[in-house]
Design a protein around this ligand. Structure first.
Ligand code: 5RP
Length: 220
């Protein structure tokens, strides 16, 4: 089965995890695009959506969804998003699409985080995928030097500005043995807006698209 078919199957399986009249948090990326397209089939039962990026907002509006500001919403029962890597504890690397800050805020606000991914995203140890870090532009060299001290090889993502007007450093060569500790350490570097480790707020459920079908996994 092609990767896109596995993503689509995982995305469609997420519909069964939504309740009637939910406000649904919507992530960003190619797997989420399949989810948004599938969400159309139950549009009448969804109260509103909260979006994690300009790209998802545009797609949602094109499908006729009411996209609410996070500040206008008290409670998000469920958030659906993809991942670049995910381990057995459902800790993730995210931010390949550059939307990590808004994704992390909405994931943290939400009561339940459903991760949708194809099986290529499943890893034993996070860090093979370059770790995205959103940084305010004036701090990029300083933060890059701090990442070198941590053993990483930072590269500025070229020709890319986040929805928040910041830049992204993609950091290679990290074997993330203690995701919570590294997330806290990088969060504490001045100039860092968000690090793409989602360990303090992991997913609650992983819907993994495989050649054998969609597996439903909880944290080990
Ligand atoms: C965007 C993300 C995405 O969830 C992640 O990059 C996975 O994307 P895709 O579904 O296209 O593989 O974190 O910031």
């Amino acid at each position: 089965m092609a990767s896109d078919q596995r993503k689509k199957a995982a995305a469609e399986a997420a519909l069964a995890h939504l309740q009637r009249a939910d406000v649904v948090g919507v992530g960003t990326g190619s797997t989420v695009n399949f989810f948004i397209d599938a969400l159309v089939s139950i549009k009448g039962t969804i109260d509103a959506v909260v979006s994690s990026s300009g790209a998802s907002t545009e797609r949602l509006r094109r499908h006729g969804f009411e996209v609410r500001e996070l500040n206008a919403v008290d409670d998000i029962p469920v958030y659906v998003d993809g991942a670049d890597e995910i381990n057995r504890y459902l800790q993730m690397i995210k931010g390949g699409g550059g939307a990590l800050t808004r994704e992390k805020v909405i994931a943290t606000v939400s009561r339940r985080f459903i991760c949708i991914a194809d099986e290529s995203k499943r890893v034993d140890v996070l860090g093979q995928f370059p770790l995205p870090i959103e940084v305010i532009p004036m701090a990029r060299s300083y933060v890059a030097r701090e990442m070198v001290k941590l053993g990483g090889w930072p590269v500025l993502r070229e020709h890319f500005t986040t929805d928040n007007g910041n830049v992204i450093l993609d950091v290679r060569n990290l074997q993330i043995m203690e995701p919570i500790h590294l997330e806290q350490t990088i969060n504490n570097i001045p100039g860092v807006v968000t690090v793409g480790i989602f360990a303090l707020r992991p997913a609650d459920v992983l819907l993994l698209g495989t050649d054998q079908g969609v597996e439903t996994l909880s944290a080990a």
